[in-house]
Design a protein around this ligand. Structure first.
Ligand SMILES: Cc1ncc(C[n+]2csc(CCOP(=O)(O)OP(=O)(O)O)c2C)c(N)n1
Ligand SMILES: [Mg+2]
Length: 353
């Protein structure tokens, strides 16, 4: 049974995540108009927002400790915030600054915080094998740490996910897989890629428990995750949880969503898991003043992180090839890195995420 303290914590995480992303939108759009120029402004590159996914991050991560591992996909902010990733350094990373979590080299899809064992990746389902590895390490070290891999419903036909389920099951590993089902993989609706509408059924093929939560109700997620994390910590193996969330925004900032029916967008806007949780708080006797105070505290924290990040120095160009898995092309040492723009060399890192 969820306590009022836990309800308040989840609410704070969720409003922090929502406000954080609203503020990122403001910052992201600076310099990108009138014709959308994705490389311009203080946050260059793609930005995938998780507004509408908050209940899954908060409802799961509230059960985790710093020594538990979380891997997240390309839509990571709500999960990172709920896992306790340093908000200032995460924001500096998103702004490409030198003091960012990855020294400004990763951007918003490649946040890595070893202090709380958090990582994310733009490659879908990529986080599943490392989460299984972290769970195997915890088991071999005889600790009761667990690992959680978050992924989207569009990633659950990937081999990496299915192989991870198998390894986790056969070795009884302390890992929880959390599928965030927002019905879309970019512009592809779920029913065009699979006949299995309940993704939790994938668990049956690996003889592990599978739970589907049909609404983005933070309390329902909390309860399912409580059981799954406890089961993992107690040495009883993995669980697959699928949560119905909703995508309130486009796939990425700048997505005109021409493929998406108006009714679907309206439905996503009407189902607000944060408002639903505020109602839960009220029914537990928390006053509107208390709720406002939580929200204000969250907003202040976000503003502080954004102001701090914007004051941080840009990385030095000479550091471009430090701490990365590539060697500089021959000319880079002498031409300041301009050679990296040539096709086919180490600078060609583009791609559709
Ligand atoms: C292995 C791989 N294939 C394709 C892509 C391109 N891609 C980026 S996001 C995405 C769809 C992801 O959908 P889903 O997993 O449902 O997550 P959502 O964006 O809905 O949160 C795809 C295909 C990728 N990043 N990685
Ligand atoms: Mg999806």
């Amino acid at each position: 049974m969820v306590s009022v303290t836990d309800l308040r914590t989840m609410y704070e995480q969720m409003v922090t995540a929502r406000h954080y992303e609203e503020r990122l939108v403001d910052e992201y759009l600076v310099g990108k108009q009138p014709a959308f120029d994705i490389s311009a402004g203080p946050i260059p590159g793609e930005l995938h927002l998780a507004a509408g996914h908050e209940a899954s991050g908060a409802g799961v991560c509230i059960h985790l400790r710093d020594d538990d591992t979380v891997t997240a996909p390309h839509r990571p902010h709500h999960i990172a915030i709920a896992k306790g990733v340093d908000l200032k350094r995460m924001t500096a990373e998103i702004f490409g600054r030198k003091t960012g979590l990855c020294r400004g080299k990763g951007g918003h899809m490649h946040l890595f915080d070893p202090d709380v064992n958090f990582a994310c990746s733009g490659i879908i389902a990529q986080g599943c094998p490392p989460a299984v590895g972290a769970a195997m390490a915890a088991k071999k070290r005889n600790t009761d740490a667990v690992a959680v891999a978050f992924l989207g419903e569009g990633a659950i036909d990937q081999g990496g996910f299915l192989e991870s389920l198998n390894l986790a099951a056969v070795h009884d590993l302390p890992v929880v897989f959390v599928v965030e089902d927002n019905d879309w993989a970019i512009s592809m609706p779920k029913d065009r890629v699979t006949d299995v509408q309940n993704g939790a059924q994938r668990a049956d093929g690996f003889d592990m428990p599978g739970v589907r939560i049909d609404s983005d109700d933070a309390v329902a997620v909390y309860e399912a995750a409580d059981e799954a994390v406890m089961r993992a910590r107690d040495g009883n193996g993995p669980t697959l949880i699928e949560v119905q969330v909703h995508r309130r925004m486009g796939h990425f900032m700048g997505d005109a969503e021409g493929y998406r029916p108006e009714a679907d967008i309206d439905r996503a806007e009407q189902r607000d898991s944060i408002e639903r949780l505020a109602e839960d708080l009220r029914s537990h006797g928390v006053t509107d003043d208390d709720i406002d105070e939580i929200r204000e505290r969250a907003h202040e924290r976000v503003e502080e992180a954004i102001s701090w990040a914007k004051e941080q120095p840009e990385p030095d160009p000479e550091e471009a090839y430090e701490n990365v898995f590539t060697n500089p092309p021959a000319q880079a040492a002498t031409d300041g890195g301009a050679a990296a723009d040539a096709p086919g060399d180490a600078g060609e890192t583009g791609g559709d995420n």
